[in-house]
Design a protein. Structure first.
Length: 121
C-alpha cells in the first residue's frame, strides 16, 4: 500500500516519540516471562479476518475513548499492532499523551505476525 506524504509525516513524527519493537523483540518479551497486553488496533473487519490468539481488539478509531475504562492502570505493559506498524505508532503516541507508559508499537504489524509462528485465530 502506498501511503500519502502527510500520513507518513504523522507516522514518522510519532515513531520519533514512542517505544517500538518488532516480532523478535515481542517474542523475547514472552520468553522472559513477560505478558504484555497484545492489542490489535486494526478495523473490525481486519480483526475478524484473523488476529493473534489472545489479542484484544481496540481499533484505532475507539481505543482512546475506551482504554481507560478497560485498562485503567496506565502502567499496563501493552504491545500494539496494526497492519504494518503505522497506525499502531499513532495509537502509541496518543496513549503516551494520555499517560500510558507501557505502550509499545509493533513494527511490521500483522504482516510480520502472520509469519511469526505465533498462534493465530
Amino acid at each position: 500500500m502506498v501511503h500519502s506524504p502527510g500520513f507518513l509525516k504523522l507516522v514518522n513524527d510519532a515513531k520519533a516519540q514512542i517505544k517500538e519493537t518488532n516480532v523478535a523483540g515481542y517474542k523475547e518479551m514472552l520468553a522472559r516471562g513477560e505478558s504484555p497486553l497484545l492489542v490489535d488496533t486494526r478495523e473490525d473487519n481486519e480483526f475478524a479476518a484473523g488476529h493473534v490468539k489472545g489479542a484484544v481488539h481496540l481499533s484505532r478509531g475507539t481505543i482512546e475513548r475506551d482504554i481507560e475504562a478497560k485498562y485503567p492502570d496506565k502502567a499496563t505493559p501493552m504491545v500494539l499492532y496494526c497492519g504494518g506498524g503505522f497506525r499502531s505508532a499513532l495509537v502509541a503516541e496518543n496513549l503516551q499523551k494520555m499517560g500510558y507508559t507501557g505502550a509499545i508499537s509493533l513494527d511490521g504489524g500483522w504482516k510480520a505476525l502472520k509469519e511469526s509462528g505465533l498462534p493465530l485465530e
